[in-house]
Write a protein that binds this ligand. Structure first.
Ligand code: ADP
Length: 471
């Protein structure tokens, strides 16, 4: 490899490096940010929202009944019904519909919610056409965007993230809009709970986790998919911003939706590299969710693309290709967000001779012919980007474990994180790298406990139904 390219790669490796001192500092900063967020109303981008969800307990696994859930929060819209059996198990029926890109931005919220209501009608016709006419099904809506929630079934959208941008919806109650579109279709559905995918993941894993068998308590629900976020149960006295007088007397805790994607938006500890800044500049929520933009599925491919374009502009890669194409590059390289993180998951582990598999993949998926040297650089970059993402992902987990561990001091069970999202489930080695960084921070030092990351498959949908069940 030529020396200029080698040193450019070294520069990136250094800028993206995550060492022990950084992890410790960032975990402390996360802990401070949690308290600031719990004390302050959501108003500036300076701190994590730490949103009270009005979910005051977590399922035990003994709950019963038929409930619906809808999940809107990213690439796909999901609908499901669950029949809880009361023994940590349930019957699940579900359907998944891709959200058309033209409904995500440059359109109205009515167009989006009318689309999702029509998909619920299809779901009910397909799976529950035998329902008694008098039955109204209770539904939990998982709406995975920052929402200011004032009750279990009331929440105003604070801002869109993850590529959605429908300005008329900001500041409005999303349950109200959704219910109007369900009523317009005369569907026997009452939306009685607003959940977040991350809250749903916590609830669904808590329901399914038979702790007598797993010897672990579920303490966090976490998402590593298009975006990243997490939820945990906080002691009620530690949430100064909530109006305690409106809560039932015996309330001892409340699930907090941290919105940890917004951790350190002011970049006090996170790496502030020019490539991260370039990715942020392309997003509709510029300056927000900067932690998420270093970690989640929507952004890893984009980080690689931005770095490759930088290398191209510095004359380090794709020069011959450019000349051979009448001074152009393939549009999937020049246009933002067309390089999917899924591709990185294949590049990461390619061990074929001269990286031939990557060559084929980039030809097919990106229409991008590459030299062996370019592929070596691309694989190195892929590993640098994904390793940083996984290491950063350990920070919120370690901070929350530090915060709640005293509550479990007399309990001999391990800690478990219920995880959902393609990145944590499918990206090779991602989960292990999160665990490795957690070990470096080592918040369980001095105990015999371990941390487990367990996949809560489609947990967000099941969890929203569980929210409806617990109202
Ligand atoms: P969502 O978070 O939208 O509900 P997912 O959990 O499936 O849905 O996450 C989708 C994101 O994960 C996309 O950004 C996609 O690029 C990424 N992704 C999908 N498959 C993989 C994979 N095998 N490896 C890494 N990332 C993936």
């Amino acid at each position: 490899m030529n020396s200029e390219l080698t040193s450019a790669l070294e520069e990136i490796a250094n800028a993206f490096a995550v060492d022990k001192a950084f992890l410790a500092k960032a975990t402390n900063h996360f802990l401070v940010s949690m308290d600031v967020g719990l004390a302050n109303e959501v108003s500036t981008r300076g701190y994590m929202p730490m949103i009270p969800t009005y979910v005051t307990s977590i399922p035990t696994g003994k709950e019963h009944g038929l409930y619906l859930a809808a999940d809107l929060g990213g690439t796909n819209f999901r609908v499901c019904s669950i029949n809880l059996r009361g023994d940590n198990t349930f019957d699940l029926k579900q359907s998944k519909f891709p959200v058309p890109v033209e409904l995500m931005k440059g359109n109205t919220s009515d167009a989006l919610f009318s689309f999702v209501a029509s998909k619920i009608e299809i779901f009910l016709n397909d799976h529950h056409d035998d329902l008694d006419e008098s039955v109204t099904l209770k539904m939990g809506l998982t709406f995975s965007f920052p929402v200011e929630q004032t009750a279990i079934d009331r929440g105003k959208l604070i801002r869109w993230t993850k590529g959605f941008d429908l300005p008329d919806c900001v500041g409005r109650d999303v349950v109200d809009i959704f219910q109007r579109h369900l009523d317009a279709l005369k569907l026997p559905v009452a939306v009685i709970a607003l959940a977040n995918d991350t809250v749903g993941t916590l609830l669904s894993r808590s329901y399914s986790n038979d702790s007598s068998k797993t010897n672990s308590n579920t303490v966090i629900g976490a998402i590593f998919g298009t975006g990243t976020n997490g939820a945990y149960l906080e002691t009620i006295e530690n949430i100064p911003k909530i109006e305690h007088k409106f809560l039932p007397k015996n309330t001892t805790g409340m699930v907090i939706n941290t919105e940890w994607g917004s951790f350190d938006n002011t970049l006090e500890v996170l790496h502030a590299t020019k490539w991260d800044a370039a990715v942020d500049k392309e997003t509709s929520n510029k300056g927000y969710h900067l932690f998420e933009k270093r970690i989640s599925g929507m952004f890893l491919g984009e980080l690689l693309r931005v770095i490759l374009m930088d290398f191209f502009n510095r004359g380090l890669v794709f020069q011959d290709l450019y000349k051979s194409r009448d001074n152009t590059l393939p549009h999937r390289l020049t246009e933002p967000f067309l390089l999917s993180s899924k591709i990185l998951s294949y590049l990461e582990i390619d061990d074929s001779t001269e990286l031939k598999m990557s060559e084929l993949l980039m030809e097919n998926e990106l229409r991008l012919p590459t030299t062996y040297e370019e592929r070596q650089a691309i694989q190195r970059l892929t590993r640098i980007i994904s390793s940083r993402a996984a290491s950063l992902s350990a920070i919120p987990i370690a901070a929350i474990v530090t915060r709640v561990k005293d509550q479990y001091a007399d309990d001999d069970k391990d800690f478990e994180v219920g995880c959902d999202g393609s990145l944590i489930e499918f990206y090779p080695g991602f989960k292990q790298k999160v665990l490795d960084a957690f070990e470096v921070i080592n918040p369980l030092q001095g105990t015999n406990k371990k941390l487990h990351l367990r996949i809560a498959k489609d947990g967000s949908g099941v969890g929203a139904a569980l929210c409806a069940c617990m109202v």
